[in-house]
Structures are given as structure tokens and as C-alpha cells.
Design a protein around this ligand. Structure first.
Ligand code: HEM
Length: 438
């Protein structure tokens, strides 16, 4: 009796699953559009969301082995296309630049940027061009023995550089502020790296199943407190004519926001969202790239030696390396390029199709999200010989008080693990801990 019941249940389950699959297949074939890129089998409601763990760029890389360099995936009901070939990426970025000039929004980005009022995620249009011009013209051309956890140290360093650029202080003078900002950016980085079910499954739209909305609200509230404080200090200094000769980004933005003749009126929220973008774009990306580079150098002592010899020769032992030395350090530049090839901070860049378009011979319908898998492009054996090998010399023909490092808390490790963590800027899974050796 027990056996019969088990058999009956198994048959019932198989019949049910088969019926669902047949109905699903029939539905799909009746709606098939042969000009669309291929797509793997997808589940009802969630689409391909179940395939994306632990990180989407790895999952898409694996899928591209089976489905080719352009294929479709569905994040819940959101149609997406993944691109993993440089020729097709070129079609997206260059040939059809106007069609793919928007970046897709999600609810976390929308909330954190005060409704798309920043730079990186602003829709293409007059505001985007206005803010881009300000950044390029005003900001980028405006002015001339103990173990250490490098993730924290590098994060603090890049945070200080960006702090100085944005607010004029060195970070170390205003340590609490810089520390708060660094923590906030690490949380934004993690938040942006998560797929929010509410964005992709229609009946979850108003639910906060993963708690991401609550997290976003908490982060933005803290960010608001820090930026309001910095903004007020700047406004006070402006009122009392106490601004320094070299203007920082905030002073420039405040000046523009008060200028009635400007074609676009910058609001306080625009300024805050812009600050968020610059901190997010410039701190973790740069810190993580340096951390990955040092990890590779520790695992390749011969490359580390060659790099140090080059620095010794160009910079010498009596001063620190400066930005102006970089053109004379070709091997160091090759190391940076090789690091970005294997460990690109921001492993996938995204665009949104504004209208229907043909890419790689396939029809891409309007409103499709395009993922360009930069991580995958850097590891494609068609373009890179022994792609998994860290070999800066491959860039040799493609040109644009120093100490060495020992890995581990006690400097006793001969190599470090190269496991990836999860966040939008591609962190290491385990922070790099090293001992500097004179
Ligand atoms: C190693 C360091 C960095 C890496 C790996 C990196 C990576 C990236 C990537 C992958 C994109 C997206 C490109 C696209 O979708 O077309 C991007 C855009 C951007 N990044 Fe960076 N970034 C770095 C440093 C910085 C710094 C230092 C800043 C600011 C001071 C910055 C600000 C921006 C901005 C504003 C954008 C948007 C540009 C636009 O839409 O035109 N980034 N970055």
C-alpha cells in the first residue's frame, strides 16, 4: 500500500511537471522570433534568476560557452541580452551609441541617487551632457614591520583622494567624516551588486523580500547627514569669502547652482547625488584594482622584482613616486592593464536599448537591458593567449621610498588566494593582509 502511494505520487508529480513543460514549450514556440538572440531554458516567473548566484558575471560567462557571444536572459520578466565579444561590444558602444546611451535603473540606484539626479545613472539627455561637461572641464582639468589590512588602507587612501577632490579636505583632517563616507560607499557598493526581486517579478513590486529597500533608506539617510554637514561648511565658507584659491568640486557645484544664467538649474539633490556617484565611482574601484594588482605581484615575485627595478631606475630611492613619473614607467602601466583585464572593477557594464536595433545580426527590442561582460572579454582565449595567466608583458607592444610586500599577517605566506567576493566593484573575497618589507 505504502509503495503504491509513493509510485502514484511520483507519477502525479512527473505528469504535472511534463504538462507544465509542454504548455511552456508550446507557448514559447508560438511566440518564437527567430531573429532574437538564443536563450537558455527559463523557468516561469523567475526566468533565469536562479542561475545568477553567486555572481552574475561568472554565470553569464558559463552560459556564453554554450549559447555564444550574444544571448538573451530574463531576470524575472525583465528582458536582457548578454554580450561577451569585443566586436559586438563595439557595435553597442560605437556603431549604435545613440540607441544604447542610457543605463538601466533599478530601485536601489533610483533611491540612492534621489531619483536619477546624479551622473552615472542619469538618463541620456541635456542634464547628462551638462553634468558630464562640468566634470570633464571643471574637475578633471581644473588643478594641477606591522601587518596591514590593505583593503582598509587602500580604501582610506582612495577615499582621501576623492574627498580632497570633492570637498577640499584631505580626509585625515576630518577623519570621522572620511571614515563615515568610506563605510557608506562600501555599503552602496554591496547594495548595487545585488539583484532586487522587486525590480524583476511583478507581484513582488511592492514587497521588500530581501530588505534592500530598507537598507537603501538607511544608507541614504546617513549619507544625507554627512553631505549636509559638508555642504553647510562650504556654504558658510562661501558666505565669509573663506574659500581656498583652488576650488574643489563642491564649491564649483554650489557656484553653478547659484548661477541664474545656467541652462540647467542644479538642485541640492543633484549635488548630493553627484557626490555619491563620484565617491562610488572613484574609491572602491581604484582601491580594489590596487589590491588585486598587489595580490598578483605577491603571487608572481619575478614580476614584482621587475616592477621595483623599473621604479628604482626611474624614481630612485630618495623620493616618492609621483603621477608625473607614470609615462616613464611602462612596465608599471602594463601591470595595471593586466590587472584590469583579469580583475575589472565593475565586471559588467550595462546599457538600456532606447529603440529596436540590430546587433550581431540579432534583433534587440527596445527597453532590453544589455550586459557587456567585461570580465568575460578579458578571459576569452580567442583574443588572449593563455588568458588566465598574469603576464603584463602581453601589453608590451600596446603601450600608453619604495618597498616590497610579504603576504600574510606575519609575512609568511608564499602566495595568496584569488577568490572573488560579491559587490559591484569586484572585491577580493578575503581582504589582502601584507607586511611591507624595506
Ligand atoms: C581603477 C579605477 C576605475 C575603474 C576600474 C572604473 C571603472 C568604470 C567603469 C567600468 C565604468 C562604466 C563604463 C561604461 O558603462 O561605459 C565607469 C564609469 C564611470 N566612472 Fe569609473 N572607474 C575607475 C575610476 C574612477 C574614478 C577615480 C572616478 C571619479 C573620480 C570615476 C568616475 C566614473 C564616472 C563619473 C563614470 C560614468 C561616466 C559616464 O557615464 O560617462 N571612475 N568607471
Amino acid at each position: 500500500m505504502g509503495d503504491f502511494q509513493t509510485e502514484f505520487t511520483v507519477i502525479l508529480v512527473i505528469t504535472l511537471i511534463s504538462t507544465i513543460l509542454i504548455i511552456w514549450k508550446l507557448y514559447k514556440s508560438s511566440h518564437a522570433d527567430t531573429h532574437l538572440p538564443p536563450t537558455p531554458f527559463r523557468l516561469p516567473v523567475i526566468g533565469h534568476l536562479h542561475l545568477l548566484a553567486p555572481s552574475a558575471h561568472h554565470a553569464f560567462h558559463k552560459l556564453s560557452m554554450r549559447h555564444g557571444p550574444v544571448f538573451r536572459v530574463f531576470l524575472g520578466s525583465t528582458p536582457c541580452v548578454v554580450v561577451t565579444s569585443p566586436e559586438i561590444a563595439k557595435q553597442v558602444f560605437k556603431v549604435h551609441e545613440n540607441v544604447f546611451s542610457d543605463r538601466p535603473q533599478n530601485s536601489s540606484v533610483d533611491y540612492m541617487t534621489y531619483g536619477g539626479k546624479g551622473f552615472i545613472f542619469a538618463p541620456y539627455g541635456s542634464y547628462f551632457m551638462f553634468i558630464k561637461n562640468i566634470t570633464v572641464s571643471q574637475l578633471l582639468n581644473a588643478k594641477a614591520g606591522e601587518s596591514v589590512e590593505l583593503e582598509m588602507l587602500l580604501g582610506r587612501m582612495t577615499n582621501n583622494v576623492i574627498s580632497r577632490m570633492v570637498t577640499g579636505n584631505r580626509g585625515s583632517d576630518e577623519e570621522d567624516e572620511a571614515e563615515d563616507m568610506m563605510k557608506i560607499m562600501a555599503e552602496v557598493d554591496k547594495l548595487y551588486g545585488r539583484f532586487n526581486l522587486s525590480d524583476h517579478i511583478w507581484f513582488c513590486k511592492n514587497l521588500d523580500l530581501q530588505g534592500l529597500r530598507k537598507t537603501a533608506m538607511d544608507i541614504r539617510r546617513r549619507f544625507d547627514v554627512v553631505t549636509e554637514r559638508i555642504l553647510k561648511e562650504h556654504e558658510e565658507a562661501r558666505k565669509q569669502n573663506m574659500e581656498t584659491e583652488v576650488k574643489d568640486l563642491l564649491s564649483i557645484l554650489l557656484e553653478i547652482s547659484e548661477d541664474e544664467s545656467m541652462e540647467i538649474k542644479l538642485t541640492r539633490e543633484n549635488i548630493k547625488a553627484f557626490i555619491m556617484d563620484i565617491f562610488l565611482g572613484g574609491t572602491d574601484t581604484a582601491a580594489r584594482t590596487i589590491e588585486w594588482a598587489l595580490s598578483e605581484l605577491i603571487n608572481h615575485p619575478n614580476i614584482m622584482k621587475k616592477a621595483l627595478e623599473e621604479i628604482d631606475q626611474v624614481v630612485g630611492k630618495n623620493r616618492l613616486l609621483q603621477e608625473s613619473d607614470i609615462p616613464n614607467l611602462p612596465y608599471l602601466q602594463q601591470i595595471v592593464k593586466e590587472t584590469l583585464r583579469l580583475h575589472p572593477a565593475g565586471p559588467m557594464t550595462q546599457r538600456l536599448a532606447r529603440e529596436d536595433c540590430i546587433v550581431g545580426g540579432y534583433r534587440i527590442p527596445a527597453k532590453t537591458t544589455i550586459f557587456i561582460n567585461l570580465w568575460s572579454l578579458g578571459r576569452d582565449p580567442t583574443y588572449w593567449e593563455s588568458p588566465l595567466e598574469f603576464r603584463p608583458e602581453r601589453f608590451e607592444d600596446k603601450q600608453a621610498d619604495c618597498f616590497t610586500w610579504k603576504a600574510g599577517k606575519y609575512g609568511d605566506l608564499t602566495s595568496v588566494d584569488m577568490e572573488e567576493g560579491i559587490a559591484i566593484s569586484l572585491p577580493r573575497a578575503n581582504p589582502l593582509v601584507c607586511v611591507p618589507v624595506a
